[in-house]
Design a protein around this ligand. Structure first.
Ligand SMILES: [Zn+2]
Length: 231
């Protein structure tokens, strides 16, 4: 569906969080999906030419480095089994999948932080306001049933001037237009939201953030990297 007012594209009939946690956990469905995709020639061409994504784009690593270069409490929303640790930061995570959270927990504990097993909105509610200096929302916001509520809640939990680093598939990308239905950003039923730079900027603005695009050139990469600055 595409909203006629704000142009936001989203899955009209999405599963609720409990179904996403149990039957459609990301770690289960994405292996199956990759298997299905390998059968298509255009998908193999797409995969074989991934080097093109480096042109005119900031590398994924340097983007994440910004978050862990911000001293203080750093939150990873939808952290999966990973934990980013760096000097001067205390890592926190929110993860809806119990299995993945269990794998990540020792790493958070060892670095002085913790991981909360919950959907993002409920997970955020467990932290004090103005607690975080930065948040990482990497390949997460496209899965979120309530992106608006989560951003509003996240704004309260971030300090003034805090940042949220967002990586989402770019629905406005050249790749989506070329690949059509076989574009890597389509994941059914896991991906609920299909952001463009404009719709993500609109969502950010409505919730008290300013969006700064991190891709040097727009739309060339299948993913949109953005820094949301808390106003
Ligand atoms: Zn709308």
């Amino acid at each position: 569906m595409r909203c006629t007012r704000c142009e936001m594209v989203y899955l009209a009939r999405s599963l609720d969080n409990s179904a996403l946690t149990a039957d459609h956990a990301w770690e289960k469905t994405h292996a199956k999906e990759n298997e299905r995709r390998r059968k298509h020639l255009i998908y193999r061409i797409d995969q074989a030419t991934r080097f093109r994504l480096r042109f005119g784009n900031q590398a994924d690593k340097s983007w994440v480095r910004q978050a862990i270069a911000t001293p203080g409490n750093v939150l990873d929303v939808g952290c999966g089994s990973s934990c980013r640790v760096a000097p001067g930061i205390v890592p926190f995570g929110i993860e809806v999948s119990e299995g993945l959270a269990k794998m990540a927990e020792p790493k958070y504990r060892a670095a002085g932080g913790r991981i909360v097993v919950a959907p993002a909105e409920q997970g955020l509610a467990q932290f004090e306001d103005n607690f975080f200096s930065a948040a990482v929302l990497r390949s997460y916001l496209e899965h979120e049933l309530k992106p608006r509520e989560v951003l509003a809640q996240l704004r309260r939990k971030l300090k003034a001037g805090g940042i949220a680093l967002v990586k989402v598939p770019d629905f406005g990308s050249v790749g989506r237009h070329v690949m059509g239905a076989k574009w890597c950003g389509f994941r059914y039923p896991d991906h609920l939201n299909y952001f463009t730079e404009a719709t993500l900027a609109g969502l950010a603005k409505a919730n008290g953030f300013r969006l700064e695009r991190q891709n040097l050139l727009p739309r060339l990469n299948d993913n949109l990297y953005a820094k949301l600055v808390r106003l």
